[in-house]
Structures are given as C-alpha cells and as structure tokens.
Design a protein around this ligand. Structure first.
Ligand code: FAD
Length: 404
C-alpha cells in the first residue's frame, strides 16, 4: 500500500461505540470519516436466542434516536421496574412511575443494535468502511496520524475496545483493578412472566441479574462471581446449571422452573480507566477508555455518552474555526466525560463493596445497603438519575437543545 487515504477523522474499531461515533460525526456534514476494523464489518449471522443484550438508558435511546437508529430496533424490551434482593433476601424496588417516567430503560440485542448502526452507516456518503485491516504502524506529526503508511487522519478516535491498540501505541496509562470475578451470560425461559421487571440478586458470591426480553417468559441473565466459581458453573450440564439458578433464587420465591435457551458465555471482569482520554490527534472512546463491572449495565451507555460529549466538543470547535484535533481543544470533552465516568466507576465499586462485604455484622451492612438503595442514593442514581441529568450532551437529550 503506497498511496495515502486522507480523512478528517479515523475511527479505529467498528463496534457499537465506533459506528455510533461515525454516525454522529457524519451529522457535521463537512467531515470525511473512515472506520477501520481488524475484523470484517458485516452483520453477524442470525442466532436464535443466543444474542448478547445490553440494558439501554433513556440517554442512549436519545442518542440512537437522533442518529435515526432507534426506529430500526424491533426486538426491544422496555422495563418499568427494577427489583433488588440482597443476600438475606431483603428486597427493594423502584418503578418508572415513581419518577414520572414511562420506562426505566430498555433491553436490546447487541447484534440488532449493530445491524441498525451498520445499515445507517451504509447510507452516509461521508463514512468509509475499511474492514479486515491489521494495524501495524503508527506515525504522528503535527498534522495528524498515519496508520500502516496508508490511512491518514487529523483525529484518530480509538474505539478499539478494552485492549486498545491505539491506546498502547500512545502509551496512555490506565488505572486498573482486577475484580477477581467473571460473568456468565445466557438467555433463559422461566415459568412466570417478567412483567417488564429487571431483577438483581446480590448473592454472597456476586450479583445475578435477570433482564426481561421481548417474550414475556424469556430473560437474559448476567451472573457474576469469583472466576473459579464461574468456571465451575460453566462445567455444569444445562440441567444442573438451571438447578443452580433455582437454588440461588429460591428464597426470593421467584421461579419454579428455569430452562436454558442459549449457550452460556463467560467474560472475565476488570475495571480499567484511562488516566487521560485525549492527546494531540487522539481520543479514547468506550471500552478503550473504561471498563467496569456489568452489575448496573453501564459500560456501553458510558461509551455512547463519550461519543455524545465528543460530538458537542468537535461541533463547538468547528463553529469557532478551531482545530478540533488538538489536545487543548479536546480538553472540554475529556474533563466532562472522564469525571462523569469516574463517578460511575466509583459508584459501582461502592455498591459492590457493600453487597460483597463479609464483615460482621453482615445483615447490618446488607440492610444498610438496601436502605441506601431505598432512600435512593447509589443504584437509583445510576439507573435513573444520570439518564435524565441536566448536563447531558446534546445528542443524549430529547430533540430540544440539540447541537447542529
Ligand atoms: C457480561 C457483560 C454484560 C454487559 N452488559 C452491559 C449492559 O447491559 N449495558 C451496557 O451499557 N454495557 C454492558 N456491558 C459493557 C458493554 O458490553 C461494553 O462496554 C461495550 O460493548 C463496548 O463497546 P465498544 O464498541 O467500546 O468495544 P467493543 O465492542 O470491544 O468493540 C471494539 C471493536 O474494535 C475492534 N478492534 C479491536 N482491536 C482492533 C485493532 N487493533 N484494529 C482494528 N480494530 C480493532 C474490534 O474488532 C471491535 O469491533 C457488558 C459487558 C459485559 C462483559
């Protein structure tokens, strides 16, 4: 490859965050945007009942709506209530109607979000997709970055996931904490309808979530525990795994029958938070900038908010004829996105500590945990508060106040 392809913005990583960023920048009209991925950029083959799902906040819904992606999502399941049990099976709940909202959030299939994003990207004449690119070289000068001696971009957006190649090329440091936990995700059928309720059990070993899917009896589970325990659960037969689910939840009296609908997938869990999100000509987005425990289903939502904050920053710079690719002009994005993400990572750490505490007297701490939730501090703020906050970026708001 000798000739150079010149772009205003190159997005490395065509995951959900990368494709969302491409669509956001394409709204600005005058920018040429490239999206590079090491994999093929195509729709995943249809898998019945095996798809990974994400809990989606109202803010993320607004982002997808502004980008014309939301109407294409057909397999959404709204949840109106969240019910939480601690290890002593004390319970608390919060409901959409208590917050003058119709729903608390949505469960969406990642494959469907990806397909809708990709279909929309393909309608944009200023987005260029480059699949199956193995990135090997990175050269930066005062004008921008040259990748593989072929792709030149004034600004590189790293949306290349938790082990970001772009981040490591720039030696951008991270705060890291091994949660010493892994998670199993799978889809299950239960004997009682979910009634649009998301359930979270804070078990002794870690949290177990049941997220409502479109079918009234189907749920997606996310079960986190020490990695050794999760490995044992992965070894069980389907029948024994379902029996384990029933045992863990029986004190809550929720289910009498559970059946697996999909293979189980295991994910190791680690907190990572980049010390800086921006350098001259480089921005980190999504999992490239942060990963956290999935107990509140926030990772993707945080990545989408990163995109929306960056969009506002680039928009403001272009309006004022400033170089959006320079670090000093990207600082406003970094300040707000990093502070907001650090707050959420901290909240997750606090929730995890409260419910995982083995300190005596256990019931007191667990009860305190639930009281805190009932009075609504931590989890409710995470689940509801930040989705409706006043300082949301324009793409995350409803139509009024949208930049561009
Ligand atoms: C068990 C579990 C449950 C979760 N549930 C939720 C939830 O309910 N709600 C929520 O908001 N979040 C949830 N998350 C977090 C969420 O899944 C992630 O935050 C999100 O998928 C990250 O998206 P991304 O686009 O940043 O990264 P990725 O999805 O990792 O995409 C990165 C892309 O970059 C590409 N890439 C990587 N390296 C290179 C390279 N060198 N060159 C070119 N391309 C490259 C990859 O091929 C990929 O396409 C969960 C996470 C886990 C583990």
């Amino acid at each position: 490859m000798s000739s150079q392809l010149q772009y205003d913005i190159i997005i490395v990583g065509a995951g959900i965050v990368g494709l969302t960023a491409a669509l956001a920048f394409s709204r600005l009209g005058q920018l040429n945007i490239a999206v590079l991925d090491q994999r093929e950029i195509k729709l995943a083959p249809a898998k019945q009942n095996a798809s990974r799902v994400s809990a989606i906040t109202a803010a993320s819904k607004n982002i997808f709506s502004h980008l014309q992606v939301w109407p294409q999502l057909k397999c959404l399941s709204a949840f109106k209530q969240i019910q939480i049990w601690d290890a002593a099976f004390q319970t608390c709940q919060f409901q959409a109607r208590d917050h003058d909202a119709q729903v608390l959030g949505f469960i969406a299939e990642n494959d469907e979000i990806y397909a809708a994003l990709l279909a929309t990207v393909k309608t944009k004449s200023n987005i260029y997709l480059h699949p199956s690119v193995r990135l090997e070289t990175y050269h930066q000068d005062t004008n921008g970055v040259l990748l593989n001696n072929h792709f030149f971009g004034k600004l590189i957006c790293a949306a290349d996931g938790a082990d970001s190649w772009v981040r490591s090329q720039n030696q951008m440091t991270l705060q890291q904490e091994d949660y010493a936990q892994s998670a199993i995700i799978a889809n299950v059928a239960t004997d009682i309808t979910h009634a649009q309720t998301a359930q979270q059990y804070f078990l002794k070993q870690g949290p177990l979530a049941f997220l409502p899917l479109q079918h009234p009896l189907h749920r997606s589970i996310v079960w986190s525990a020490p990695t050794g325990e999760i490995e044992k659960l992965m070894q069980l037969s389907d029948a024994d795994f379902c029996a384990a689910l029933l045992t863990e939840t029986q004190s809550a009296g929720s289910f009498k029958k559970i059946k697996l609908l999909s293979p189980r997938q295991m994910h190791t869990l680690k907190m990572r938070h980049a010390d800086q999100y921006v350098m001259d000509h480089v921005v980190l987005l999504g999992d490239a900038a942060h990963t956290l425990h999935p107990l509140a289903g926030l990772g993707l939502n945080m990545g989408l908010l990163d995109v929306a904050y960056l969009y506002d920053c680039v928009f403001a710079n272009i309006k004022k004829h400033r170089r959006y690719e320079k670090r000093y002009n990207l600082r406003s994005f970094e300040r707000i996105a990093r502070v907001k993400n650090a707050e959420k990572i901290q909240m997750i750490a606090s929730i995890k500590k409260i419910f995982a505490s083995q300190t005596k007297p256990l019931p007191f701490w667990r009860h305190l945990g639930l009281s805190m939730l009932n009075e609504q501090t931590l989890l409710k703020r995470l689940c509801i508060g930040f989705a409706t906050g006043e300082d949301l970026p324009s793409l995350a708001q409803t139509s009024q106040g949208l930049a561009c």
